[in-house]
Design a protein around this ligand. Structure first.
Ligand SMILES: [Zn+2]
Length: 220
């Protein structure tokens, strides 16, 4: 449960997150990694401090329009409280599988997810986010996913169990980032189901010999 992540988002991704330029869908995956990773939390805090210092320097030197200032302040403040997602109380002594902010998106912990079987050994649940497709995935213990590559980026964050692919072994909190150059076949560890949060900015493309026919049935 207290695994310290070994696989992290790249610096460009953390910088885009810190600058607030990342869309909601990939931001959710990065923010959930940050909840489990002290190292990346410190890195993002450092980036935000530098960004804040630059912002105050430039605003002292150059007059800015009221509209721009209001826009910047709105970004710094985040969404108004009235729009904050509802939170469910976690009973004392119970360690949730899903950290915030993911738990609020789902409206509870893993036991509240409405899973849908997509292919044998894989259950999924799509989340409602702008800027790409985000879904929860539950891969049956010991199962291999179809071999696939991507038209765009894919970020996968492990929340329970683990999986292995050609690039390494991923456990709770580990962040796997793949792009069009990667053709991989993740295999879940055999000591329990693997639950992940996954973002894709373009549909997966199955590449295994017998899996191509499934492509039209799998959405990003
Ligand atoms: Zn990290």
């Amino acid at each position: 449960m207290n695994h310290i992540p070994h696989h992290h988002p790249g610096p460009d991704l953390l910088l885009a997150y810190a600058a607030g330029t990342l869309a909601e869908a990939p931001s959710l995956v990065v923010a959930t990694h940050l909840a489990l990773c002290p190292r990346c939390r410190a890195e993002v805090a450092g980036m935000e401090a530098i960004g804040g210092a630059l912002l105050s320097d430039s605003s002292a030197a150059t007059p800015v329009s009221t509209g721009l200032l209001a826009d910047v302040l709105a970004r710094l403040d985040g969404p108004p409280l009235a729009e904050a997602p509802r939170r469910r109380q976690v009973p004392p002594g119970h360690n949730p599988v899903l950290p915030e902010p993911l738990r609020s998106y789902i409206g509870g912990d893993v036991d509240t997810i409405r899973w849908r079987r997509t292919i044998p050994g894989l259950h999924e649940c799509e989340l409602s986010c702008s800027g790409g497709a985000v879904r929860m995935m539950r891969i049956r213990s010991g199962m291999g996913m179809p071999q696939h590559t991507h038209h765009g980026d894919e970020f996968t964050l492990v929340l329970q169990g683990g999986f292995t692919d050609g690039s390494g072994h991923y456990l709770r909190g580990d962040f796997a980032s793949t792009d069009t150059s990667v053709d991989h076949r993740p295999i879940a560890d055999d000591d329990g189901d693997c639950i992940c949060l996954a973002f894709t900015d373009a549909p997966l493309r199955l590449t295994g010999r017998f899996m191509r026919w499934l492509n039209p049935f799998i959405r990003a």
